[in-house]
Structure formats: structure tokens, C-alpha cells
Design a binder for this molecule. Structure first.
Ligand code: SAM
Ligand code: DTB
Ligand code: SF4
Length: 330
């Protein structure tokens, strides 16, 4: 099956660059808002149908108990978030959720696990899930933490379409957010995923206390990868009680839209996802994000552990804005 990444109108365009500098990215983020949006929207129309949005539904197949110390996460065992560790979900239960997601209109089913990295017997079970979800006619994505090259190849053989592995923030700021792994670890897994021929889903989170320069730096790292990630999720921090970031200030929604626009300009042919954080953003802000170049959302009433707008309210939003689901070419 062809994937949504192949739904682009053009490829091989001069605007697809891999030599972005941090100064250029900072200058984009600092443009007058109208100038930034005009430029981003022009590119958006050049590479995509500007009214089509890709719909991904999330399911956490392994809750909590994670040994990593990501300061934003509800599922780290190091913080008192009231979130209990569970076993990996059974295949039948996962399929029930996938069928419901498809019936509600989802195009891709993304399964997450609170692991530092999967053990081989766990990966086997995930491979079974990937194969079975694919048979329902859904695109598949998983996010399982760090992978070896061999594990990435096994996922590819199971039919996996996308692997999500976020850089979260800049290399410079990474150590303030997570100490149990390095930026280099992250890039290494992304390399294994790319080499295995799986589409890369990689983005970040805004609201971790990062400076604007960190946002620019993260975008430069993403855009200067040998190939742009096919999917770029931009999350707004969902502040979780009990985590070190529970009291972080909400970021300015205009700044959030600026990052979406800069991502669209720097990776014009990638699908940019307005990921976590839509529940607290009004329709007008979401409309601006779609205008700025966001063309994917998490669809369905739950993210991994926290709520998301439900299907009915998103369908109402799409009707108000004249948006439609992106076609998946089969
Ligand atoms: N454990 C795996 C890993 O970290 O790669 C996969 C699951 S992890 C929960 C997936 C991604 O969700 C993280 O990389 C992070 O970008 C995002 N995420 C987690 N908690 C978040 C929060 N509270 N707000 C926004 N994004 C969050
Ligand atoms: C991504 O970039 N965002 C998703 C997904 N990839 C796995 C996760 C968002 C999590 C939001 C907080 C929660 O629900 O725990
Ligand atoms: Fe674990 Fe992933 Fe949460 Fe980090 S983001 S604590 S690796 S589940």
C-alpha cells in the first residue's frame, strides 16, 4: 500500500533543503506573523492539498512503569503521577480498538509502549499487532523507545509503515529534560529506522522551558537529516501532575503556530502534525495552525494517557473549516 508520505504533489523541489542554519531558523521564527504564515501557506499549497488532514489514532499498548526520566512524562516510574504500570495489551483488545478507530474514520493506528527499548519477545508481540492492524486496512505506526538495527528490520518485515521517535527538543537542551539517554541515542535509532526502510515520524514538544533558540535548533536537526522525516509531530506539553513539569507555563499559542509554520517551510513535503495539546486550544488557533501548514492530527478522545478532542468535536471543526481527511492511496 502506498503511504500518505507519497501523497505529495511535487518532489525534488529546490525548497527541500538539508543545509539549514540555526540563524535562518531563528530568523523564520522571528518574522512578522503574517509574513511567516504567508510563506508557510504558499509552500503548503505547493506540496499538499491545503484542505486535507491526515488522521492518526493513538493507543497506549503498554502503560507506565518506564525506567526513563523524561521530565514531561506521565509514564516514568520515577514520578508520582498515579499512573500504574500495566502489562502489554492482548492482541484481541488492541484489534478491538483498531477496528473502532477505523470505523470512526482514522487512517493510521499508532501504538505506543512505555519502554526504554523493547525486549525481543515483546517485539515479537508488537510485530503480531502490526500485521493484524494492517490487515484491517489501517496504516501502522509504533513508538517503543530505542531500537537496534535488527529490531527495526523485524518491524519492517512485519509490515510497519511508520516509527515514531521524537527528538523532543534541541541537542543543547536535551540533558535538562532527560538524563537516562542521549540525543545521540535518539539519532542512532532514527538511523536504524531509516535504514530499515520504515517511514520516520519524528518531532518534538514545546513548553519544556526551552528557549526560542532551542526550537530553532531542533527544527534544524530535523530538517538537516539526510532525508526529512515523512511525519513531523509538534506537541504542546500536556502538563502532568506529579512530573517535574507539572507547573510549567502554557506556551503562547501564537508561538506554537510559529513553530508549525517554520517546520512547514523547512520540511515542505513532510506531513506536519498538530499533535498533543489541541484540547486546550480554541478553534481559531487550530485553524491558524492548519493554515500555517499542519496537515495531520491525533484523532480520537485519548492520546496516550491524557484526553484529546473527541471524534464528534473534530468532525464539527472540520465541517466549520471545510477540511477533509487526507486520501490514503492504496
Ligand atoms: N517510550 C517511547 C519513547 O519515549 O520514545 C515511546 C512512548 S513516548 C510516551 C512518545 C512521545 O510522546 C515522547 O517522545 C514525547 O515526545 C511525547 N510525550 C510524552 N509525554 C508527553 C506530554 N506530557 N506532553 C506532550 N508530549 C508528550
Ligand atoms: C507524539 O509525538 N505525540 C504522541 C505520540 N507521538 C506517541 C504522544 C502524546 C502524549 C501526550 C501525553 C499523554 O497522553 O500521556
Ligand atoms: Fe518512558 Fe517514553 Fe515516557 Fe520517556 S517518554 S518516560 S521513554 S514512556
Amino acid at each position: 500500500m502506498a503511504t500518505q508520505a507519497e501523497n505529495r504533489v511535487f518532489t525534488d523541489q529546490p525548497d527541500i533543503r538539508h543545509d539549514w542554519t540555526k540563524a535562518e531558523a531563528e530568523a523564520l521564527l522571528a518574522l512578522p506573523f503574517n509574513d511567516l504564515l504567508y510563506r508557510a501557506h504558499g509552500l503548503h499549497r505547493r506540496y499538499f492539498d491545503a484542505n486535507a488532514v491526515q488522521l492518526s489514532t493513538l493507543l497506549n499498548v503498554k502503560d507506565g512503569g518506564c525506567p526513563e526520566d523524561c521530565k514531561y512524562c506521565a509514564q516514568s516510574a520515577r514520578y508520582e503521577t498515579g499512573f500504574k504500570a500495566q502489562k502489554l495489551m492482548a492482541l484481541g483488545d488492541v484489534l478491538d480498538k483498531a477496528r473502532a478507530a477505523k470505523a470512526a474514520g482514522a487512517q493510521r493506528f499508532c501504538m505506543g509502549a512505555a519502554w526504554r527499548s523493547p525486549k525481543d519477545h515483546e517485539l515479537e508481540q508488537i510485530c503480531d499487532m502490526v500485521g493484524a492492524v494492517k490487515e484491517l486496512g489501517l496504516e501502522t505506526c509504533v513508538t517503543l523507545g530505542m531500537l537496534s538495527g535488527d529490531q527495526a528490520r523485524r518491524l519492517k518485515r512485519a509490515g510497519l509503515d511508520y516509527y515514531n521517535h521524537n527528538l523532543d527538543t534541541s541537542e543543547e537542551y536535551y540533558g535538562a529534560v532527560i538524563t537516562t539517554r542521549t540525543y545521540r541515542d535518539r539519532l542512532e535509532t532514527l538511523g536504524h529506522v531509516r535504514d530499515a526502510g520504515i517511514n520516520v515520524c519524528c518531532g518534538g514538544i514545546l513548553g519544556l522551558g526551552e528557549a526560542e533558540a532551542d526550537r530553532a535548533s531542533m527544527l534544524v536537526t530535523l530538517a538537516n537529516l539526510a532525508e526529512h522525516p515523512e511525519s513531523v509531530p509538534i506537541n504542546m506539553l500536556v502538563a502532568i501532575e506529579g512530573t517535574p513539569y507539572a507547573e510549567n507555563d502554557q506556551i503562547d499559542p501564537i508561538d506554537f503556530v510559529r513553530v508549525i509554520a517554520a517546520a512547514r517551510i523547512m520540511m515542505p513535503a513532510s506531513v506536519v502534525r498538530f499533535a498533543a495539546g489541541r484540547l486546550t486550544m480554541d478553534a481559531a488557533t487550530q485553524a491558524l495552525a492548519f493554515f500555517a501548514g499542519a496537515n495531520s492530527i491525533f484523532y480520537g478522545e485519548k492520546l496516550l494517557t491524557t484526553p484529546n478532542p473527541d471524534g464528534d468535536s473534530d468532525q464539527a471543526l472540520f465541517a466549520r473549516l471545510g477540511l477533509k481527511p487526507m486520501e490514503v492511496r492504496g
